[in-house]
Structures are given as structure tokens and as C-alpha cells.
Write a protein that binds this ligand. Structure first.
Ligand SMILES: CC(C)(COP(=O)(O)OP(=O)(O)OC[C@H]1O[C@@H](n2cnc3c(N)ncnc32)[C@H](O)[C@@H]1OP(=O)(O)O)[C@@H](O)C(=O)NCCC(=O)NCCS
Length: 181
């Protein structure tokens, strides 16, 4: 069960059935989807939003999770934060690589507030406190906003990689420096 995480300005919580409208609004936007996947597309039906929400809820794991990020003061939804196994490149597109990735999809109405970085930092802390040894992030080379989030939360740019998602991506990595102690 995905556990709620609280930060200074945000609550990261499990997805609820009533979040469908937000999921549809978020993933039907080209500015959100344009750098996601090898052939980005926007969501064009509520049915797809229902399926996406169910897939978010289906990740039931003590450490990994997909969180709905909400503002603490008024509960407004601002985005999605993901910590999950990253699939390796190959014929079977969902085969796990053994690495765990962190990712973020935020609503453009809420960009420019530091919310993605604040949520990601808290999820990274949760992952490391739960024993993860390292976390990776991959971005499209043109996705400078996402690369900035990686850097803000202490991830190091390791150049490009073809290791994941059958794609060439910019790779960012952060090691858990407390794992061995
Ligand atoms: C990637 C994405 C999450 C970045 O969102 P963001 O709001 O720019 O990222 P942050 O939360 O780190 O916010 C940083 C910005 O908030 C500003 N900011 C304002 N108040 C702040 C605060 N208290 N703390 C930190 N930053 C603050 C920063 O100056 C910075 O602005 P700038 O970009 O103009 O320099 C967003 O562009 C997005 O959702 N894109 C679509 C989905 C996507 O591509 N996901 C990644 C796939 S790899």
C-alpha cells in the first residue's frame, strides 16, 4: 500500500477514484506528454484516464509507489510522483532492468513553484530510508525542466544511455550514501 508522505507544502497520497478528472486533465495536455515515451501521445478519452488511474493504484509495494501530489493548504492536485522499477531495453518492453527510477508529471498551472522538486526530494528520502541503494532518472535530451529537477534533488548527469525503454535518454543517478553504514 502506497503510504502518504508529507512535505512542507505538499501531501503525497495514494490515488482515489475521484481523481479521474485530474488524471484526464493532466495527461491530455501535449506540454505534459511531449517528452514522455518514444512516441508521445495525449490522452483523448476518460476511459483512458480510468485505466491510467487503475494502473497507478495497482503498484502495491512497500517502497515503490505512484503518488498523487496535492497542496497541503487546500488539497488541490498538482501532479504525479513515481518511484518504480524501470524496464530495460529489449524485445519485451516491460522486463525490469533491476534499477528503480524516479519520475514526475506536474500540471502546468503549478509549474514554477518548486513543487516537483519538493515532492521528489521527499520520495527519494523515503526510498533511501527504505534501503534503496541508488535511484535513476531518465529524460528526453530536450527536457531541460526535468533535468533541472534531477539536479535540484542531487542527481548526477551520467550522459546518454540506451539501457532503458528502447530509447536514447539522458541518464541521472543518485547513490544512497547512507546505505552501507
Ligand atoms: C518537469 C516538471 C515537473 C518541472 O516542473 P517545475 O515546476 O519546473 O519544477 P520544480 O518543481 O523543480 O520547480 C522549479 C521552478 O520553480 C521555481 N520556484 C519557485 N519557488 C520555488 C521554491 N520554493 N523552491 C524551489 N523552486 C521554486 C524555481 O525557480 C524554478 O523556476 P524556473 O524553472 O523558472 O527556474 C514539469 O515541467 C512537468 O511536469 N513537465 C511535463 C512532464 C515531464 O516532462 N516529466 C518528466 C519526464 S522525464
Amino acid at each position: 500500500m502506497t503510504k502518504a508522505i508529507s512535505t512542507e507544502r505538499l501531501i503525497l497520497r495514494p490515488w482515489e477514484e475521484t481523481d479521474v478528472d485530474f488524471v484526464f486533465d493532466l495527461y491530455s495536455r501535449w506540454v505534459v506528454q511531449r517528452f514522455i515515451g518514444t512516441e508521445p501521445t495525449v490522452m483523448d478519452s476518460r476511459t483512458q484516464a480510468v485505466a491510467k488511474l487503475k494502473s497507478f493504484q495497482a503498484l502495491d509495494h512497500p517502497v515503490h509507489g505512484i503518488w498523487a501530489v496535492t497542496r497541503k493548504d487546500d488539497g488541490v492536485q498538482v501532479g504525479t510522483l513515481l518511484l518504480k522499477p524501470i524496464p530495460k531495453s529489449g524485445e519485451e518492453p516491460t522486463e525490469p532492468s533491476g534499477d528503480v527510477e524516479i519520475g514526475w508529471h506536474f500540471h502546468p498551472d503549478h509549474w514554477g513553484n518548486g513543487f516537483a522538486s519538493e515532492a521528489a526530494e521527499a520520495v527519494l528520502e523515503h526510498g533511501f530510508a527504505s534501503g534503496l541503494e541508488r535511484v535513476v532518472a531518465v529524460t528526453n535530451s530536450a527536457n531541460t525542466a526535468s533535468q533541472s529537477v534531477c539536479r535540484r534533488i542531487g542527481m548526477e548527469h551520467k550522459g546518454t544511455t540506451k539501457k532503458y525503454y528502447n530509447d536514447t535518454c539522458e541518464l541521472f543517478v543518485v547513490e544512497n550514501t547512507t546505505a552501507a553504514s
